[in-house]
Ligand binder design. Structure first.
Ligand code: NDP
Length: 239
């Protein structure tokens, strides 16, 4: 049987490219996003997939929506659980949202929102679907984090976004320890600065290159490297 992956934020950006590349490899893909029908790109990939790409409505910030998804999946094994959905804040990076999270201008409501989506939602999804991952062959869990969450080498500014990614790195590194006994590999990943709605058009990396690199990292991940924070180029990112 082909392996399976569940991707959040599958309707655009990096999530959509993950779906495209894993579907092309013949994987079974559970593509999750708030409004699956609204993304024509995603619908087209699903339509041409011989039923291997299935669409699921998921509002990642809502506990009830995550519980509904878990019921819908009904114990199906998931080889890779991939937390990709994320937000820069209520005002996006590419829309000049930096000022709303620079010292002196913090939008606290936006910070809370980013924390709910970038930090708490990934853990909630992992808690809800841990049985599906444990029932699979590969047993891997990844979260798309960011080097902007590095405490060792902070970029300056980006206080809300960076702190939510630093916090989710803590969650992932802790889960690597807590889930090791169940044979589950856990990792935070950095995709590079990529041309998406979030990254903007100035970004140097294409979604195709970023995801091709991340797929190699994900394929190579094992209990031996569980708990590492790794970039799309295969190198470790400083915490
Ligand atoms: P995009 O802004 O292009 O896409 C974000 C995705 O997350 C969309 O699918 C969006 O769904 C979903 N999402 C955002 N907020 C919510 C929410 N409240 N509920 C449900 N889904 C939500 O971003 P990217 O594709 O660039 O980013 C993907 C991941 O990569 C994120 O975690 C991001 O932080 C990370 N990243 C990106 C970098 C880059 O340069 N692009 C650099 C480092 C990390 P919807 O369409 O419904 O809003």
């Amino acid at each position: 049987m082909m392996p399976s992956i569940l991707v959040t934020g599958a309707n655009r950006g990096l999530g959509l490219e993950f779906v495209r590349q894993y579907a092309a490899d013949g994987w079974q893909v559970h593509a999750c996003c708030r409004d699956p029908e609204a993304s024509t790109d995603l619908s087209e990939i699903a339509a041409g997939s011989d039923g291997r790409v299935t669409l699921h409505a998921l509002s990642i910030g809502e506990a009830g929506s995550i519980a509904r998804l878990a019921r819908e999946l009904n114990g199906a094994p998931i080889d890779i659980l991939l937390n990709n959905a994320g937000t820069y804040g209520l005002k996006g990076f590419a829309e000049g949202g930096m000022e709303a999270q620079a010292f002196g201008g913090m939008d606290y409501e936006g910070w809370e929102h980013a924390f709910a989506i970038n930090t708490m939602a990934p853990l909630r999804l992992i808690e809800a679907l841990i049985g599906n991952v444990a029932a699979s062959e590969q047993k891997k869990i990844f979260t798309i984090s960011s080097s902007m969450g590095s405490i060792a080498a902070p970029p300056g500014g980006h206080l809300a976004y960076g702190s939510t990614k630093a916090a989710v790195n803590f969650v992932m590194s802790t889960l690597a320890m807590d889930l090791r006994g169940r044979g589950i590999t856990v990792m935070s990943l950095h995709p590079g600065w990529v041309q998406t709605d979030m990254g903007g058009s100035m970004a140097p990396v294409s979604p195709q290159a970023s995801i091709a690199g991340l797929k190699k990292v994900m394929a190579g991940a094992s209990l031996a490297t569980s708990g590492h924070f790794i970039g799309w180029d295969g190198n470790r990112v400083p915490w």
